[in-house]
Design a protein around this ligand. Structure first.
Ligand SMILES: [Zn+2]
Length: 351
């Protein structure tokens, strides 16, 4: 049922979506020789070796260990060809899983290591996404990510360059990401996110995925007033904060498997999606990084239904309502809603 369900996915990263076969072919074509050498790998690389480098199979001890899985994909995504190919393959995979609308996040600055400009990166991703949407009959928007490791000036410059290159209007939002523990206060990045809002973009930021981070989330809400928060599951510890998120309609874009792999939660039973949903906090469920986390959105929904204390009806409601907070035009949201409701009318398990 979850496979055939038309779905919305709002939280996933392009650099977490480099397929194993694609990585092998990019390396064989000479991409990222230094990164390949640094990882201690030597060519020719078997599928199994690359799989172990790209897919986090078992839960890890820390978030830092999970973040290491992004090193090789980022090193490989330093050319227009690689960016276009991976964008196309991600949308193809999502369409095959019956995701009808998705948002792809990427941090342009991370793809400029070998000399590409932000403008070329943004042109490549937006062009490839637009073509793939037509080819695979799926809708998508892009979210450009500023990095906590860069200054707000640098992130704002990046945003302007990316928007100038986005002639088809694929960019719908701006996000902030990067290791949170070193710099949890978003104050230093407020000018970047304020500028994004002035430019008419949806505003989100990675915040509060670490347990005990309700205080950080509250500070983000007060200071930034985001439309949505990436992760933010730490809010479940604070009833007052849950009320605030519910009243303001600030959605948490949760990624249960990714957080479990990062060692933040023991298992799906402990992950607080059901608690947040019951308290009326708007949530969505996503894969974060479909290849690194090794799963489709249907599988993630299935895990939450089997182990995560959410019923199929809950998951359907979450899926349907999260589409309302997509960073897309109202016409897109209306079309999605019509399609979703028309599919659901004969599925008795959802009511
Ligand atoms: Zn994320």
């Amino acid at each position: 049922m979850f496979r055939s369900m038309p779905k919305t996915e709002l939280h996933m990263h392009l650099d977490g979506a480099v397929e194993v076969k694609t990585a092998g072919e990019l390396i064989a074509a000479g991409a990222a020789p230094r990164a390949v050498k640094e990882t201690g790998l030597s060519a020719p690389l078997s599928y199994e070796t690359l799989y172990r480098r790209l897919v986090a199979e078992r839960p890890l001890a820390t978030q830092a260990e999970l973040l290491k899985y992004y090193d090789l994909p980022i090193a490989l995504l330093q050319s227009e060809e690689a960016l276009k190919r991976v964008t196309d393959e991600l949308l193809r995979a999502k369409a095959a899983d019956n995701v009808r609308y998705c948002e792809i996040r990427y941090a342009p600055q991370l793809h400029c290591v070998e000399g590409m400009s932000v403008r070329r990166v943004a042109e490549s991703v937006a062009g490839a996404a637009r073509r793939a949407c037509a080819r695979y009959n799926i809708r998508a928007r892009l979210i450009v990510v500023g990095m906590r490791s860069h200054s707000h000036e640098s992130n704002t410059d990046m945003l302007y360059s990316a928007l100038e290159a986005d002639t088809y209007g694929m960019i719908g939002g701006a996000d902030l990401a990067g290791p949170e523990a070193a710099d949890p206060d978003p104050a230093s990045q407020k000018p970047f996110l304020d500028e994004a809002r002035k430019l008419g973009l949806g505003v989100t930021l990675h915040c509060g995925e670490l347990p005990g981070s309700a205080g950080t989330i509250r500070r983000c809400v007060d200071l930034i007033a985001p439309d949505r928060i990436a992760h933010g599951s730490g809010a479940a510890d604070d009833e007052g904060l849950c009320r605030l998120l519910s009243e303001r309609g600030i959605q948490l874009d949760l990624c249960p498997t990714s957080n479990i792999q990062a060692g933040l939660y023991k298992d799906y039973t402990e992950f607080p999606a059901a608690a947040l949903h019951k308290r009326g906090v708007p949530i969505s469920i996503s894969t974060d990084s479909p290849v690194i986390s090794g799963l489709s959105l249907s599988e993630e929904y299935h895990r939450m239904a089997i182990q995560g204390r959410l019923s199929a009806a809950d998951i359907w409601k979450i899926n349907l309502n999260s589409s309302d907070r997509a960073f897309a035009d109202d016409s897109v949201k209306t079309a999605l809603k019509e399609e979703f409701l028309s599919w659901a009318k004969d599925v008795s398990e959802l009511y």
